[in-house]
Design a protein around this ligand. Structure first.
Ligand code: GLN
Length: 482
């Protein structure tokens, strides 16, 4: 059952070949036997998923219409609200916070009969690239338990990679969906900014945050995008566009298409990753793609811009965690000031504190012009350069990272961790859709993803391209031995 695609599970369920309770039980058992090693889940919804499955079986028996995700087990990153369950954000400060409402995405998944099976681990408040900065546990890479799964949505990527969920949701502020997808050998989409609602997502950096899905196959990403890619009135940045609708590859690109490659920006790539990247380009050519050179050397500034803007936004977004309104309150506090100071001191981990301090600095009156405002201007220049590049091509191909997954503790210096995001932050600064799809393995077995990005609101075209790639390759059919 765990090897089936989401589309196939729903098909069999609708045809009454399997029941939702069978699916739920199968996955719960699988999680029990495997997740002790992987650690993808912070919480497994044993009772509620069985209840949900039971209700769904009753619905089917009653002949009612069944949803687009009927009987598909979906795991949710623990930074998205599910009513009545904890939303910890991987942080001590929210260890006792129970969500009073559903995020729009979780509401939509329930409405379309997806089975919400649990919450997955993450770097605290989604800040990180390795999943090592969770206050709760370590998540391991299912392909090699000595390696990180990537982050910050490491639990969501690992849950799908280990086939302990068929679909999962993560969030991507600077690469947190694409990096773990690449490291764990699964597919993903970071949608266009505003395509998927952020209502009920705990904000990290609001102008950069995106919600998006993981699955092995692009057709499953399409399926869940039909569910979550809808306008949401409760998110003021949700684009007022028609719901996501898959496009047919032949109609869009059957006569040929152009893929831009920013060659001069790819010098940092290891030789082995470079040869896998070249092989991916040859697959795109096989599909009718013409490779053109695009100039994105401005992305040399992307990391600097991204780490100024995300810290600035994080420092204001996280001001609400003060020991008064949400979550943990220090037992040592005797005065009001101590409630604020000690609750934050005890509740936040080092990386979160580092970002709040840096963000407060770049927003301070003396430095706002030198850092924050300048970074905003460079962000606009980056957007302009992407526009110029897309005048020459339909999609841009890039690696996801300079190499594959790394060992626990390998990146002690925060800056070296930040540099992992070199190829991913551009799409967030531009609000562009981007996918990562499995593109093979390094000689030591570590999976590597291919990243494709395209103009805003061409998410469906991008997934069609991913599907076409998967129709002539078998990288996405490889599974870790676990
Ligand atoms: N690694 C990046 C960071 O630490 C991206 C995080 C994310 O996308 N949530 O900010």
């Amino acid at each position: 059952m765990h090897t089936l695609s989401a589309c196939e599970i729903t098909r069999r369920f609708v045809k009454k070949e399997i029941s939702a309770v069978e699916v739920a039980k199968h996955f719960l058992n699988r999680i029990k036997s495997i997740d002790q090693q992987v650690g993808a889940y912070i919480e497994v919804f044993e009772a509620s998923v069985l209840e949900q499955a039971d209700r769904l079986d009753v619905k089917r028996r009653g002949g009612e219409p069944l949803g687009k995700l009927a009987a598909v087990p979906v795991a949710i990153k623990d930074i998205l609200n599910i009513k009545g369950h904890r939303t910890t954000c991987g942080s001590k400060i929210l260890s006792n916070f129970i969500a009073p409402f559903d995020a729009t995405v979780t509401r939509r998944i329930k409405e379309e009969d997806g089975l919400i099976i649990g919450k997955t681990n993450l770097d605290e408040f989604a800040m990180g690239s390795s999943c090592e900065h969770s206050a709760y546990k370590v998540t391991r890479n299912p392909w090699n338990l000595q390696l990180v799964p990537g982050g910050s949505s490491g639990g969501s990527a690992a849950s799908v990679a280990a086939e302990c969920a068929t679909l999962s949701l993560g969030t991507d502020t600077g690469g947190s969906i694409r990096l773990p997808a690449s490291f764990c050998g699964v597919s993903c989409l970071k949608p266009t900014y505003g395509r998927v609602s952020r209502y009920g997502l705990v904000a990290f950096a609001s102008s950069l945050d995106h919600v998006g899905p993981f699955a092995y196959r692009c057709e499953d990403l399409e399926r869940i995008m039909e569910v979550i890619g809808v306008h949401c009135e409760k998110d003021s940045t949700s684009s007022p566009v028609p719901p996501f609708k898959p496009v047919v590859w032949e109609e869009k690109f059957g006569k040929g298409f152009r893929v831009g490659v920013p060659w001069q920006f790819l010098e940092k790539l290891s030789p082995e990753s470079r040869s896998l990247f070249d092989r991916s380009l040859s697959h795109l050519k096989q599909l009718g793609g013409q490779i053109v050179d695009v100039d994105l050397s401005i992305l040399d500034y992307a990391i600097a811009v991204y780490y100024i803007l995300n810290t600035a936004e994080a420092s204001t977004n996280l001001a609400r965690f003060d020991g008064i309104r949400y979550g943990l309150r220090s037992g040592r506090a005797k005065t009001l000031d101590e409630v604020y100071d000690l609750s934050r001191e005890e509740g936040f981990g080092d990386e979160v504190k580092r970002r709040i301090i840096l963000g407060t600095f770049v927003l301070s009156s003396g430095y706002q012009d030198a850092y924050y405002h300048k970074a905003q201007k460079v962000r606009q220049l980056i957007i302009n350069k992407f526009d110029e590049a897309f005048a020459r091509c339909d999609a841009i191909a890039m690696p996801v990272s300079t190499s594959g997954a790394f060992a626990f503790g390998a990146k002690q210096d925060p800056l070296s961790m930040y540099l992992e995001d070199i190829y991913t932050v551009g799409a967030n600064l531009g609000g562009l859709p981007a996918i990562s799809i499995p593109a093979g393995q390094l000689q030591d077995g570590r999976p590597i993803g291919l990243q494709l990005m395209s103009p805003q609101h061409t998410d469906a075209e991008l997934l069609a391209m991913g599907k076409a790639f998967q129709s002539i390759t078998d990288y996405h059919t490889k599974r870790p031995r676990i």
